[in-house]
Design a protein around this ligand. Structure first.
Ligand code: PXL
Length: 276
C-alpha cells in the first residue's frame, strides 16, 4: 500500500481476553479503514467470566504515548475508553488540549465514559466520575454513555424514550457538542433505539435488537466505528449512523468464546477467504 490511511487514536485499557478495550478498538479501526494508534491507560486481567483486576499506567506515560503519536503521525480523530483514575483523566484532558484534539480543536474527540464491564466489574475508580464530567465532557465532540453510565453521571434513570431525551439534556449541560444516549439496555424495547442530540436536533437511530448473550466489547466497537468515520471527515450524525450500522452487524455475528460472555465480531468486514 502506498497510500497513507487516515489515523485514529484510542486512549483506553487492554483486555487480556481480546474482546473489548484497545483490542476491540484496533480491530474496528482496521475494519473501518483507519490506522489505529494507541495510548494504553490500564492493563486488565480478564476473561469471558469477568475482570479479575487491573493495574493503571502512570499518567505521564499515558500522556507521552499521546504526544509521541500526535506529534509524528497526526491524529485525525480520537476516542477515550477505560481511563481508570481521576489522575489519568486530568492528564489526558490537558494533553488533548496540547495536541489540538477536542470539540473546539482541529480533530474530533469521542468520549465513551466506560465505568464498568458487562459483568458489573468496576473499570473506573469511584472518585473519577466527577473528572469525566468536568474534564472530559466539555472537551468532547460526542459522548456515548449506555444507560448505566447515564445514571451514574446524571442520576437520570432511563426507562423509556422520553427519559432518553431528559438524559440527553442533562448530559449536554456538562458541555459536549453531541450526546448519544444508547438504548441497547432498554430490554423491553423490541428495537434498539439510540438518541443523538446536540440540544437542537433530537435524532432517533433505530436498529434491530439481536438476542445474543455475546455483547462484550459492543460499546467500544460502536464508539470506535464512529471515531473511524469522523477520521474520514464525516459529520457527527453521519458518523453515528455509520457506527450504528457497523455495531448492528457486529452484534448479529457475535461469537461464543470461553464459558461466559463472548465478544461482538468485526470479522464480517474482512474477507477471510483471501490468501489462506
Ligand atoms: O466494554 C468496556 C470495556 C472497556 N475497556 C476495557 C474493558 C471493558 C469491558 O470489559 O475490559 C479494558
Amino acid at each position: 500500500m502506498t497510500t497513507t490511511p487516515r489515523t485514529a487514536l484510542t486512549i483506553a485499557g487492554s483486555d487480556s481476553g481480546g474482546g473489548a478495550g484497545i483490542q476491540a478498538d484496533l480491530r474496528t479501526f482496521f475494519a473501518c479503514g483507519v490506522h489505529g494508534l494507541t495510548a494504553v491507560t490500564a492493563v486488565t486481567v480478564q476473561n469471558s467470566l469477568g475482570v479479575r483486576g487491573f493495574t493503571e499506567i502512570p499518567p505521564e506515560v499515558v500522556s507521552a504515548q499521546i504526544k509521541a503519536v500526535a506529534g509524528d503521525m497526526g491524529v485525525h480523530a480520537a476516542k477515550t475508553g477505560m481511563l481508570a483514575t481521576a489522575e489519568i483523566i486530568q492528564t489526558v484532558a490537558k494533553t488533548l488540549d496540547e495536541v489540538h484534539i477536542g470539540r473546539d480543536a482541529h480533530f474530533p474527540l469521542v468520549v465513551d465514559p466506560v465505568a464498568a464491564s458487562m459483568h458489573g466489574d468496576a473499570l473506573l475508580r469511584e472518585e473519577a466520575l466527577e473528572a469525566i464530567r468536568t474534564e472530559l465532557f466539555p472537551r468532547a465532540t460526542l459522548v456515548t454513555p449506555n444507560l448505566d453510565e447515564v445514571r451514574l453521571l446524571t442520576g437520570v434513570e432511563v426507562t423509556d424514550r422520553e427519559d432518553q431525551r431528559r438524559a440527553a439534556d442533562a448530559l449536554l449541560e456538562f458541555g459536549p457538542l453531541w450526546v448519544l444516549v444508547k438504548g441497547g439496555h432498554l430490554y423491553d424495547d423490541p428495537e434498539c433505539v439510540d438518541l443523538l442530540s446536540d440540544g437542537v436536533q433530537y435524532i432517533e437511530l433505530s436498529g434491530h435488537r439481536h438476542e445474543t448473550p455475546h455483547t462484550h466489547g459492543g460499546g467500544d466497537t460502536l464508539a470506535s466505528a464512529i471515531t473511524a468515520a469522523l477520521a474520514h471527515e464525516l459529520g457527527v450524525p453521519d458518523a453515528v449512523a455509520e457506527g450504528k450500522r457497523f455495531i448492528e452487524r457486529s452484534v448479529a455475528e457475535a461469537y461464543p468464546l470461553g464459558e461466559g460472555i463472548g465478544p461482538v465480531s468485526q470479522f464480517w468486514r474482512v474477507d477471510l477467504h483471501k490468501g489462506w
